[in-house]
Design a protein around this ligand. Structure first.
Ligand code: ARG
Length: 624
């Protein structure tokens, strides 16, 4: 069966063992083996000899002869100083090279993944090349056994990812779009790695604002509190309602009192209030779902209200543990190193956003049994999550590091989405809020034009399918290709550019590869039998470079998962299509003696590209 360890890991293990054998008296030497980025020198390099030789007894310093009869130090001429320095440098180099040689000598006899023996070029660096026959086999067995075999193995079983999480009765904004896209990619990647993934939509569906809304509906709608039309309003209408009720709330103290009474009734379970609240939630849910459907994103709604029944007892329990303190009548939890405490209950008895998050983290760990929790929100909430995580640790919900049940918990913060002009983003219809549906519409329309320009004969259905794939893909990719913590400009021209680092470019690259395989007209490629009979023989440098990048796919995913940065994957994908282009301009496929081998290589590129698309939430295209 196929080697699931990455090349990086195999080489690391070999060098780690060699270093420990060669230098048993130097503890804690981590082997460092990295790609060179310069194929002329080597594929990979180990640079441990530099560090190790620095920790060994140094060669004696070359001292000039002492002065004959004075105390004065002899003065060295510039040339003499230079000579002395050079001699010292040479002694250092010699030592480093000796150390490198000792590491090489301690390597295992057989290193099937490396061509020949690793060697130095006289200095500290140990250079090596990946064995091309081995690499061809690795790529080929991926084709035979399937791309799932290249999924990194992770120590976790069950991830709970909190993402998207818009607020009821408010327009879903671009921040929520970013959370949706990032969260979906992380969920897809962890699913690929074999984890069970719970995708939670922590919708803001609870709080005092609902008393205000319900009271306003009761007083302003023809049907009063029982007005069922609310159910069918769109988010724009709901948001307008919200705005008006807030204005009233702020301006009219008597209304404020009635709104507060409505909160009380809602929390007390009054049927009419509950139904009115449910209608507002239902209308919002439909609007959110329309966006998720277009983007192909799956989410399980578990809003703030879900945790409401746990809040009172949670605060009591924390008080029982002695970790609650009083702050002007409010109940708070202090977390070491934080400037402010987490407020869990206001003086008037109300619970807050943070109380809900504390109940939620406990539920996700203890009931949901997540061993990896992820929260995807804007960076502005980083402080909030520091407090939630710190409080949860204090309360014993998060087991300590040395406990086998210690979970991984990440706040995946992201930057702002700005308009192409660098200011607040707006849609064509203007107004205060961007309509996500309008952004999606525009991207799709633009791609329709692109596709029609190249294929006038395309049918309606295929055009719709392809332009959705391209348009929504363009938006997703433009988001994911930025490091998540940076602010980026939402720019239709840039994201739909056929020649840039865009989804449009990549989807076309894949379609081109698909058409090569089609043109070859070899059914053995698609039915998999060629992968079982022929072999991948890497000869041309462009073939080697392409295969080398292919086998790094699992490494790219590991890098992405280390700090949850999908841009590591988009970068990988973009370079893959670049290496493919170089290969394709240099190496003919169809009709050549190497046709079988090259078809398999091309097919492997398509498979890895499609896996990247899948993880990024893009739908592949097969025709240009
Ligand atoms: N509804 C919140 C917002 O719009 C995001 C919720 C994030 N998740 C959480 N568990 N706090 O900002």
């Amino acid at each position: 069966s196929m080697q699931r360890t990455t090349f990086r890991e195999m080489v690391h293990q070999a060098f780690q063992g060699a270093i420990e054998r060669a230098f048993p008296d130097l503890p804690n030497q981590q082997a460092v083996v990295a790609p060179t980025g310069n194929p002329k020198i080597a594929d990979y390099q180990c640079n441990n000899a530099m560090i190790i030789s620095g920790r060994l007894p140094q060669p004696p310093k070359e001292k000039p002869a002492p002065a004959e009869n004075g105390q004065e130090k002899p003065k060295l001429s510039k040339a003499e100083q230079k000579k002395l320095k050079a001699a010292e440098q040479e002694a250092r180099n010699k030592l480093q090279n000796k150390v490198a040689q000792q590491i090489i000598d301690a390597l295992p006899e057989s290193l099937p993944m490396i061509a020949g023996r690793p060697a130095t070029a006289g200095g500290a660096f140990i250079n090596m090349r990946v064995d091309t026959a081995w690499m061809g086999q690795v790529v080929q067995s991926m084709l035979v056994e399937g791309i799932d075999k290249w999924a990194p193995r992770l120590p976790h079983k069950r991830a709970v990812i909190d993402f998207s999480s818009p607020n009821v009765a408010k327009e879903m904004h671009v921040g929520h779009l970013r959370s949706t896209i990032l969260g979906d990619t992380l969920a897809r990647t962890l699913e690929y790695c074999g984890l069970e993934v719970v995708r939670l939509n922590h919708v803001g569906d609870w709080g005092t604002q609902f008393g205000m809304l319900i009271q306003y509906i009761a007083e302003s709608r023809p049907g009063g509190i029982n007005d069922t039309n609310i159910e069918h309003e769109d988010l724009g209408q709901l948001q307008a309602l919200y705005k008006k009720s807030k204005e009233r709330f702020d301006a009219d103290p008597e209304f404020k009192e009635r709104a507060k009474a409505a909160v009380g009734r809602l929390q007390g379970g009054d049927a009419e209030c509950l139904q009115a609240w449910q209608r507002i939630c239902k209308a919002s849910r439909q609007a959110f779902q329309a966006v998720y459907d277009r983007l192909g994103v799956k989410l399980e709604e578990r809003g703030e209200s879900f945790y409401n029944p746990f809040l009172a007892s949670l605060v009591e329990e924390l008080a029982g543990q002695g970790i609650i303190e009083d702050s002007n009548g409010a109940k708070v939890v202090w977390v070491e190193g934080q400037e402010n405490p987490l407020i869990v209950q206001k003086a008037d008895g109300a619970f807050l956003y943070g109380t809900t998050d504390l109940a939620a983290i406990r539920h996700r760990l203890q009931t949901e049994k997540g061993d990896w929790l992820i929260y995807v929100t804007d960076l502005g909430q980083a402080g909030h999550f520091d407090l939630v995580f710190g409080s949860a640790k204090k309360a014993g919900f998060i087991l300590p590091k040395d406990d086998p049940g210690h979970p991984r918990i990440d706040h995946v913060g992201f930057g702002l989405v700005l308009g192409a002009d660098g200011k607040r983003i707006r849609t064509r219809s203007g107004g205060d809020n961007v309509r996500l549906s309008e952004l999606l519409d525009e991207a799709k329309e633009r791609c329709q034009t692109t596709i029609k320009d190249r294929r006038e004969d395309i049918g309606e259905e295929e055009l719709d399918m392809a332009s959705s794939a391209m348009g929504y893909g363009a938006i997703k990719y433009a988001d994911l290709k930025n490091h998540r913590t940076t602010n980026y400009k939402f720019d239709f021209d840039a994201m739909c550019d056929l020649k840039g680092n865009t989804a449009v470019y990549l989807l076309y690259a894949h379609a081109r590869i698909a058409s090569i395989v089609r043109k070859a007209d070899r059914p053995e490629v698609s039915d998999g039998s060629l992968a079982k009979s022929a072999s991948i023989d890497l000869e041309h440098p462009a073939e080697v470079a392409l295969a080398l990048h292919l086998i790094r796919f699992p490494e790219a995913l590991e890098d992405m998962l280390e700090d949850l940065t999908p841009n590591r994957l988009t970068e990988y994908l973009y370079i893959l299509s670049d290496k493919f282009n170089t290969f394709y301009t240099n190496c003919h496929v169809i009709g050549e003696a190497q046709e079988d081998s090259r078809l398999l290589l091309v097919q492997s590129v398509a498979v890895v590209m499609r896996q990247c698309f899948h993880l990024l939430g893009l739908t592949p295209l097969y025709r240009i």
